[in-house]
Design a binder for this molecule. Structure first.
Ligand code: GLN
Length: 202
C-alpha cells in the first residue's frame, strides 16, 4: 500500500496510524520536513488546533505542508485537522495559523464550548450505510466555496438540536476533512476512502 504519514506534533496520532494500517496503508509519524517529503499522503489528526498551529511554527512545518498540499499531496484532516486545512476559521485564536487548502469556512468549537461530545449516525456520501460519528469539542463547516463537495451533514434528530443540517464532512479534490473522529470507532471506511484517494494519486 501507499506510505501515509500522520502529523505527529500533538493529538490522537496512534489511533490514526492504527486505522491507516488496518486500511491497507503503511503508516508513519511525521514531525519533520524530511519525513513529510517521503509520504504519499498525510493525515492531520484531532487534538487542539491552536497547539498544533504553534508547534507547526516551531518545527517550521507550515510552509512545507502548504507546498506539498498545493502540489497535490492528498491530505485528510479530522476535527482539529479539519480546522488546520480550512482556508478560513471562525472563533479561532487570533494568532492561530492555517495550513489551508480547503476552500471552506470552518467554525471552531461550533457545537458549543459546554458540549464536550456528541454522537450521531450520519449518511456519508461515498460510503454504504451510515457512519457513527463521534464529535469532541468539534468544529463544523459553516460554508463551502468552489468545488468543495459536501459528504455528510448532521441529520435532523431531536438529539442534534442546533447542529441539525450542519456540514461535517467535505472533500475538495485531494483534500478530505471530517469534523468527527472515525479513528475512534473501529470503522475504517473513511480511512479506506482516503487510502484509495492516495493510491489513485500515486
Ligand atoms: N476544539 C479543538 C480545536 O479547536 C478540536 C477538537 C478535536 O480535535 N477533537 O482544535
Amino acid at each position: 500500500g501507499p506510505l501515509i504519514g500522520v502529523l505527529a506534533l500533538q493529538g490522537d496520532v496512534r489511533e490514526h496510524l492504527a486505522a491507516l494500517e488496518a486500511s491497507g496503508a503503511r503508516a508513519v509519524a511525521v514531525r519533520r520536513h524530511a519525513e513529510l517529503a517521503e509520504v504519499d499522503g498525510l493525515v492531520l489528526p484531532g487534538g487542539e488546533s491552536t497547539t498544533m498551529s504553534r508547534l507547526l511554527e516551531i518545527f517550521e512545518m507550515l510552509e512545507p505542508l502548504r507546498e506539498r498540499i498545493s502540489d497535490g499531496m492528498p491530505a485528510y484532516g479530522s476535527c482539529a485537522g479539519m480546522i488546520l486545512l480550512a482556508n478560513k476559521v471562525l472563533d479561532g485564536r487570533p494568532d492561530q495559523h492555517q495550513i489551508g487548502g480547503l476552500d471552506a469556512i470552518v467554525r471552531r468549537n461550533a457545537f458549543g464550548r459546554q458540549v464536550d461530545s456528541f454522537e450521531e449516525d450520519l449518511p456519508f456520501k461515498e460510503l454504504d450505510g451510515p457512519v457513527h460519528a463521534v464529535f469532541i469539542r468539534a468544529p463544523w463547516v459553516e460554508s463551502v466555496a468552489g468545488d468543495v463537495e459536501v459528504l455528510a451533514t448532521v441529520p435532523d434528530t431531536p438529539n442534534a438540536g442546533a447542529a441539525a443540517g450542519r456540514i461535517v464532512a467535505v472533500r475538495q479534490g485531494r483534500v478530505l476533512a471530517t469534523a468527527f473522529h472515525p479513528e475512534l470507532t473501529g470503522d475504517t471506511r473513511v480511512h479506506r476512502l482516503f487510502v484509495e484517494m492516495v493510491t489513485e494519486e500515486k
